[in-house]
Design a protein around this ligand. Structure first.
Ligand code: HEC
Ligand code: HEC
Length: 329
């Protein structure tokens, strides 16, 4: 965090130069301090490291006690067990031979260099919203790290989820290309985030971060039996894999969600992992905070909170707050 903060502080004078530009032309996919700036290769790696952390890439691509990004992390889901693959720059067992286009295609469209579809347990339906600049900054960071030779493990999935063809149908239903983003379609939209003109820059920045790199909805939005998102119940809570705690309703519903949370409550939670009622968060969410939200710059954190507090309240919950999941689907 301190390194990122330092790096961003160095760029603050740049911010004042950019102040003269009209707010309307600011790009929500970039922090204010980076608007209109060309980054050196070293700065790109630093910026990529920031994005890599807040996107939680490490969590699924590294086994406990294993080498950095060498894969093997076990992801239990109602559809079976997935293993995060090796994404180190190793040429044989990792992604060392990938071009920039290969990397963009994987994160934006969930398609491998050989044309095969990836399972949506790799949260590309959120990462799809990231800009080319951000995706390539992450690649630059990953490629600056050591290559590790280690074969990726095969997933162990239940029928019909073990058939990769199943994924094309999932993509059709969950992940759409749209002409232009609007308040009504942007949640489901695929492709680089576009500013929504009815909202201010800070809200757009928050929407980009939450629905893109931070991918909160992947765990907090309920899904049906075949893993399709329930669009009208966005962020209203979801049961995760067996033995995992459920992810609760985080919309501003007074009764079922976090309607009583102030911006200060959100900030304490996203920085310190302490909930409004004083409980320490555990499990997957702890990793999201420790690796991710606690490292957000102050400006990005404010934007994220602004967006989260503006979510449509969903007056239902499919999960009891923090309850253990009893059975699988
Ligand atoms: C929630 C877990 C999870 C997170 C978070 C995650 N991934 Fe993955 N990723 C996976 C899984 C699972 C696969 C394998 C999908 C498949 O086999 O269809 C995968 C596949 C990949 C692949 C393809 C590897 C190959 O050999 O084909 C790349 C590249 C990748 N992830 C990069 C990233 C990056 C970069 C991030 C962060 C921006 C990230 N992942 C975050 C779970 C995750
Ligand atoms: C990998 C899955 C996952 C992701 C991604 C995720 N969460 Fe969570 N979240 C959980 C789980 C599981 C819990 C329940 C933890 C517990 O009960 O201790 C939780 C709990 C929470 C809570 C506590 C609610 C309460 O009632 O106390 C909030 C707030 C929250 N998450 C917000 C977010 C935000 C904002 C994001 C995106 C930055 C996010 N989550 C991303 C899994 C996730």
């Amino acid at each position: 965090m301190s390194k990122v903060a330092l790096f961003l502080l160095i760029l603050i004078p740049q911010f004042f130069v950019q102040m003269s530009r009209a707010e309307a032309v600011l790009d929500p996919t970039l922090p204010r301090i980076l608007q209109g700036k060309t980054l050196s290769p070293e700065e790109t790696i630093k910026y990529g490291s920031y994005l890599f952390k807040i996107s939680n890439c490490r969590d699924c691509h590294m086994e406990k006690g294993g080498a950095f990004l060498a894969g093997g992390y076990k992801i239990d889901s109602p559809f079976g067990t997935f293993y995060g693959p090796n994404i180190t720059p190793d040429k044989d067992t990792g992604i060392g031979r990938w071009t920039d286009d290969d990397f963009i295609r994987a994160l934006r469209r969930g398609v491998a260099p050989n044309g095969r579809n990836y399972y949506p347990s790799f949260p590309y339906s959120s990462y799809s919203k990231m800009s080319d600049t951000d995706i390539l900054a992450i690649k630059a960071y990953i490629f600056s790290r050591p290559a590790v030779k280690k074969e990726s493990k095969k997933h162990e999935l239940k029928f019909p989820f073990n058939i990769r063809e199943f994924i094309s149908a999932w993509k059709q239903a969950n992940f759409r290309m749209v002409g232009s983003y609007s308040e009504d379609n942007f949640i489901k939209a695929r492709g680089p985030y576009q500013a929504i003109p009815t909202r201010d820059w800070e809200w757009n920045r928050g929407a980009y971060l939450v629905e893109g790199p931070l991918h909160c909805a992947q765990c907090h939005t309920p899904r049906d039996q075949i893993g399709n998102f329930k669009w009208t119940k966005w962020m209203s809570g979801s049961r995760l894999g067996a033995g995992e705690k459920a992810a609760s309703n985080i919309t501003p519903s007074q009764k079922f969600g976090l309607g009583k949370w102030t911006a200060q409550d959100w900030e304490t939670f996203l920085l310190e992992a302490t909930s409004k009622n004083g409980t320490e968060v555990t499990g997957k969410m702890e990793g999201v905070i420790d690796q991710g939200t606690s490292r957000l710059t102050p400006a990005d954190l404010r934007a994220v909170i602004k967006y989260l507090m503006s979510l449509k309240p969903v007056e239902s919950s499919e999960t009891k707050k923090g309850s253990k999941k009893e059975d699988t689907l």
